[in-house]
Design a protein around this ligand. Structure first.
Ligand SMILES: C[S@@+](CC[C@H](N)C(=O)[O-])C[C@H]1O[C@@H](n2cnc3c(N)ncnc32)[C@H](O)[C@@H]1O
Length: 278
């Protein structure tokens, strides 16, 4: 037994049953599975909400959630993990460039868990660099379930240290430096912003509000939060949107090598749809 076991300095009581209610609801709403070890994370993120609603504690909050459907949005926003960065897993952006050169008729790229926007803007930078212009007939659709990160993404304003690792050329071409009240910040240039369209899409919902045919799907570092059966259901629906020579890009720990009924590996956690078995 550790010295703090059996002791608690929490402001609100948070019983195992409360944690279980939270994770059941989060799973139903988003497909996100929370491990037992996420108890403290859930407490600290939702305690803020309990406090700002001036509620007495978690049982009142869970009742509030049941009786106020609009609270679901705050609940989801509080519990998603939005870690991302510009050019995260850089090898995928080299693959993207090669793919665009080999497939000049690419028209739509879907970035399906775009978080605060660094990923879709990195995609847009590669598109602009590949064709040496911003005004390219390629639409980048960026989506997320979390409405708060989508707002931040649309604004395209970041702390300057977020672009520290970018080449000087990219910094100059794609960002404005903030002055006055915005010192220490950068803003994505409007030409790049125009290339990306943000939408709220919950991958668990049966309707994805995507009308256009999709050539490339970036779906990175979100499937890890889903269980295997949800992963495969989402992957199957995504693969159906792609043409035979389309590309699916997964996160570094999301491997689908054994989902051969759906995809075949294109190397480096990228996949081609396996339409031959349709
Ligand atoms: C760790 S971030 C990954 C961001 C980016 N794709 C990357 O690799 O850097 C995971 C994102 O998935 C989103 N997400 C979680 N569940 C989702 C769902 N059911 N539908 C859509 N997005 C979801 C979260 O809101 C979060 O922004």
């Amino acid at each position: 037994m550790t010295s703090s076991e059996g002791w608690d300095n929490r402001e609100f009581s948070f019983a195992k049953a409360d944690f279980d209610s939270v994770r059941t609801l989060l799973y139903q709403l988003t497909g996100i599975r929370l491990a037992d070890s996420k108890d403290s994370m859930v407490y600290s993120r939702l305690a803020r909400r309990v406090r700002s609603l001036k509620l007495q504690g978690f049982s009142q909050y869970l009742h509030h959630l049941n009786t106020h459907p609009c609270e679901e949005e705050h609940f989801i926003n509080a519990l998603t993990t939005n870690l991302t960065s510009f050019f995260r897993e850089p090898h995928h952006f080299d693959i993207l460039k090669k793919y665009l050169i080999a497939h000049p008729k690419t028209r739509t790229i879907w970035c399906a868990a775009s978080s605060t926007g660094e990923e879709p803007y990195s995609i847009a930078m590669v598109v602009a660099e590949t064709f040496a212009m911003f005004d390219v007939p390629i639409k980048i659709i960026a989506s997320d379930v979390d409405s708060q990160v989508l707002q931040k993404a649309k604004a395209g304003i970041y702390s300057i240290d977020r672009i520290n690792s970018l080449a000087e050329e990219r910094k100059k071409q794609f960002f404005f430096k903030g002055k006055g009240a915005f010192t220490g910040m950068v803003k994505v240039v409007p030409e790049l912003q125009k290339m990306v369209e943000f939408r709220q899409i919950n991958l668990l919902k049966s309707e994805w509000s995507l009308r256009e045919p999709i050539d490339i799907i970036f779906c990175r570092n979100v499937m890890i939060y889903f269980d295997r059966s949800t992963q495969l259901k989402v992957l199957e629906r995504m693969v159906k949107l792609l043409p035979a020579d389309g590309l699916y890009v997964a996160g570094h720990s999301e491997t689908f090598n054994n989902a051969t009924h759906l995809v075949r590996s294109a190397g480096n956690t990228t996949y081609y749809p396996n339409h031959s078995v349709r």
